[in-house]
Design a binder for this molecule. Structure first.
Ligand code: ARG
Ligand code: ZN
Length: 882
């Protein structure tokens, strides 16, 4: 096949789940010897290989490689020439069933801008091997179902690399007497190569310890660059709490004498669960009140827990292949969500998790990159570390807890860990263990693993005629019956035109209009395309509260009037349902306004104003929850409700409503801002709630009365003792065209010069700003001396904030699209993994009005025309054009 330019057109390699075969060779043991250097690290690997009895008998040992070459190959200690390269892989012909293979490779960590494999960050050497980075260090069967016991030796310059870390336990260390030193580590737990880690450099540790329930004393250390150790207290506290929680709730105990965390500033993702040696992005470790917001504190607690929990859900039981990624990620996200819910406000945590799901996963599920939580195929696995695999994966397992109850669910997980400890398992293994342990039939439930797309459930509610013949429990209650008829439909997704019905557990309550009380919460489980449920004991049509606690990740179309929503927003005893009523009230209004179907704008607006006023006045409500209830539905979620829209109209309607609410409720916003401003700083829930409301009040005032908001924001900025208040104030100033804006930005920059994480905020705030000149600001910031394309946090801070800023990104004329396409093309050769993360913003063109859609597509085509794209960007762009 050839294209017109004469370049050969290579069809991309697609890997299919159905093609899984067991490995042909196993590697029970591996020894690695690193001669460390920032630009020329020598790696001597010794692999004990053995033919897999479960594989097909072959004398060819295939070892994956990526951008490395073998300097020497030995078999059983002898130089060996019977090998060849097949693409990037090393293939060795072997006479027997077991051999010792020696391979030497040479790598340049400082040239590794992909940050996969062994790379240099800020003078440190560190690794990231998930998913396929190990093959950039040495040749190996780099797949998660090959588990080996690792012994690691490393030596290097004492001044450059005073600290030498790897997985497992330190076994020996010494000085070479020539300015270099060495250390040996041994990890007794067999693990796949993606869990290997090595870190070397100048680091200081915050140390503590934890005694497990069976009495093992575990040494804990969080390693950071000198000067940062003061900012690790919260991470350490979170780690200790996680260790205790996993014992108490899941019965999981830690299994080594040491647990180490290292924070590095150049990192593609959030963090990595390498056995006994977690490596973190600094943003999920470092915090103190002056530099980290309350949101940062929560994120640190969640991610520290997430990585720790992987020690069981991921490491002790790992994945058979990468199609099973949600086995460890979905489950571990659920575990970290449960942990955070137990640590703080459970309802607020639930609301935040649902908000992320709707803002990121729902659009993914309705777009060109939609995939089931267990995908069927991929070109580049890095593209599947998605909100679907992670967050929807967690929702799917959460539904099992809804169906079984937590106690029975935990019997299932205990069985899962018992059955599969030490194995590389599948999602099917997990489902089976929950079925057996929790006593559930999950046959049809498995459709959640097979099918992509967000189901839509529409509900019709009828009050039966007087004296109906009710059956069963409903009859004993007397009165009239209420029948709910539910219909589920799921739109086609790529490769899946027709969907089988899902099992959808819905928590519901029916509120009596007279008493304002409901008849007790019920769980209904929808399994058919259409199904009816009847409840007795009513005298009039009740108010329906459905999908309480967000018991299923679906869209509900319910027969609830504006009046009903106002009622639920005020009275529902399920805090999530209360939030949801508020959201739906606003979603209906805004979607109707954008689509031009809103009939009584004034009345609808007034209903929202009344509901929000009630929330502002409700003294029984805590401020943390109040803060949640005041947040308007996000633009991405609003866009989801429309077939095709002009994103700048969504933006304008949303801002318009915000301004109206700001004006109408002005006295309440002012009073709220005054009240919460008097609450002193602490990390207690009340104080955090106060800070959340403080910023919300400023946001509404900023929309309604810019001069008053600027005055208050400047005062808040100047008086701030903590980053939450400072950032909130700066965000509001940033959105306004006022002299205070420049001054505050300049102050913020000089005050925090040298603190990379805070300077990231400085970039983000400007790029994500409502300010009409945001695009001009972004273009200037891209040229700022602090901007760099080689630090993923910095790239995301500027460009993701911009791509998510609808009014800037979608501005008339398509400049926003061009800027993001330029970025993707420029970043791709540096870091394809991070570059590919920007493609979905352009890929949503089908949801955007035709004029802009054409411009978005044109940019995707311009990217696709580049002949040397990374596999990551190539896959995302070609799928987005289909
Ligand atoms: N397993 C890591 C985590 O969830 C994330 C690894 C990210 N890797 C990647 N290729 N994006 O905690
Ligand atoms: Zn994870």
């Amino acid at each position: 096949m050839n294209d017109l330019s004469g370049q050969p057109v290579v069809a991309p390699t697609v890997i299919h789940r159905a093609d899984y075969r067991p490995p042909q060779w196993l590697v029970p043991e591996i020894a690695l010897d690193f001669a460390l250097s920032l630009n020329a690290t020598k790696v001597q690997a010794t692999l004990k290989v053995a033919k897999n009895p479960a594989g097909t008998d072959t004398s060819l040992l295939r070892l994956n490689g990526d951008a490395i070459e073998p300097k020497s190959v030995t078999v059983d200690g002898q130089a060996h020439n019977d090998w060849h390269m097949d693409g990037a892989d090393l293939v060795i012909e072997l006479p027997g069933d077991t051999h010792d293979i020696g391979i030497e490779t040479l790598i340049d960590p400082s040239a590794n801008t992909q940050l996969s494999g062994l790379y240099a960050s800020n003078g440190l050497l560190c690794t990231q091997c998930e998913a396929e980075g190990f093959r950039r260090i040495t040749f190996f069967p780099d797949r998660p179902d090959v588990l080996s016991v690792y012994s690691v030796r490393m030596s290097g310059d004492k001044a450059l690399f005073p600290v030498l870390l790897s997985n497992g336990n330190p076994t020996a260390a010494g000085d070479n007497g020539d300015g270099t030193h060495w250390a040996e580590w041994h990890d007794p737990w067999p693990k796949p190569s993606y869990l290997f880690a090595l870190v070397a450099g100048e680091l200081v540790a915050n140390r503590d310890n934890f005694t497990t329930k069976s009495g093992r004393k575990v040494n804990l250390a969080i390693y950071v660059r000198p000067g940062d150790e003061e900012r690790t207290t919260h991470a350490m506290r979170s780690l200790i709490a996680s260790m205790k929680w996993d014992e108490d709730v899941y019965g999981r105990e830690y299994d080594l004498d040491d647990f180490n965390i290292v924070a590095v500033s150049d990192f593609n993702a959030g963090a990595m669960e390498n056995k006994g040696l977690n490596v973190f992005n600094t943003r999920y470790i470092l915090a103190d009140p002056e530099t980290a917001t309350d949101g940062d504190y929560d994120a640190i607690e969640g991610v520290v827990a997430h990585e720790y929990f992987h020690n069981w859900s991921g490491n002790r039981v790992t994945c058979r292949d990468w199609f099973q990624l949600s086995l460890k990620e979905g489950f571990t996200v659920l575990r970290d969500q449960q942990f955070s819910a137990d640590r703080g406000s459970a309802p607020v945590k639930r609301i935040e998790d649902v908000r992320i799901l709707r803002a990121v996963q729902f659009p993914e599920d309705s777009g060109p990159l939609a995939h089931p939580i267990r995908p069927d195929s991929y070109q580049e696995i890095s593209n599947f570390y998605t909100a679907t695999v992670y967050n929807k994966g967690a929702e799917v397992i959460r539904m099992m807890t809804v169906l079984a109850g937590l106690e029975r669910f935990l019997k299932g997980t205990t069985l899962y860990f018992d059955r599969h400890d030490g194995e590389a398992a599948t999602c099917e293994d997990f489902v089976k263990a929950i079925e057996d342990g929790a006593g559930l039939d999950l046959k049809q439930f498995r459709n959640w693993y097979e099918q992509a797309g967000t189901p839509r459930v529409s509900v019709v509610m009828t009050l039966d005629a007087a004296n109906p013949t009710l059956e069963g429990e409903a009859a004993t209650l007397g009165g009239r019956g209420v029948t709910l008829t539910l219909k589920q439909t799921t739109a086609p997704t790529p490769g899946q035109p027709d969907k089988k019905p899902f099992v959808i557990p819905l928590r519901i309550a029916l509120f009596d209009r007279e008493t304002g009380k409901h008849h007790g919460e019920e769980l209904i489980v929808l399994t058919e395309p259409e199904q009816s449920f009847t409840f007795g004991g009513f005298t009039s049509l009740p108010v329906l509260s459905i999908n309480r606690g967000f018991s299923a990740p679906v869209e509900i179309v319910a027969p609830v009037t504006t009046e009903d929503l106002v009622f639920l927003a005020r009275h529902d005893d399920d805090p999530f349902a209360r939030y949801e009523a508020m959201q739906q009230l606003i979603v209906r209004h805004l979607v109707g306004a954008v689509a031009g179907t809103l009939e009584k704008r004034e009345e609808s607006q007034a209903a929202i104003g009344a509901a929000m006023g009630a929330i502002l006045d409700d003294t029984a409500l805590d401020d943390l929850m109040r803060g949640e209830l005041l947040i308007l539905p996000g633009e991405a979620y609003l866009a989801e409700q429309l077939t095709r829209a002009d994103p700048t109209r969504i933006f304008a309607e949303r801002e318009g409503l915000k301004r109206w609410l700001g004006e109408t409720l002005k006295d309440k916003w002012l009073a709220l801002h005054d009240r919460v401003s008097a609450v002193p700083y602490s990390l207690a829930a009340e104080a955090r709630g106060a800070r959340k409301c403080k910023t919300q009040a400023l946001v509404y005032l900023g929309a309604a009365d810019p001069a008053e908001a600027a005055r208050r924001a400047k005062a808040q900025y100047d008086a701030a003792t903590n980053m939450t208040d400072r950032q909130g104030a700066l965000m509001v100033l940033c959105s306004l065209e006022c002299p205070e804006r420049e001054a505050a930005l300049a102050d913020f920059h000089s005050r925090f010069a040298g603190n990379m994480l805070v300077i990231d905020k400085w970039f983000s705030l400007q790029a994500g700003s409502l300010n009409p000149k945001a695009t001009e600001h972004v273009k200037a910031l891209a040229e700022h001396p602090d901007f760099t394309m080689t630090n993923p946090n910095r790239v995301r801070a500027l460009w993701m904030a911009f791509a998510a800023n609808a009014q800037a990104f979608h501005r008339e004329g398509g400049e926003g699209y061009r800027l993001i396409a330029d970025l993707i093309l420029k970043l791709d050769p540096i870091n394809g993994n991070v570059a590919a993360r920007f493609v979905p913003y352009l890929g949503r063109w089908k949801k955007v009005e035709e004029g802009r859609a054409a411009l978005m597509r044109a940019e995707l085509e311009r990217i696709a025309a580049e002949p040397t794209l990374s596999r990551d960007v190539r896959e995302q762009v070609s799928k987005s054009l289909e």
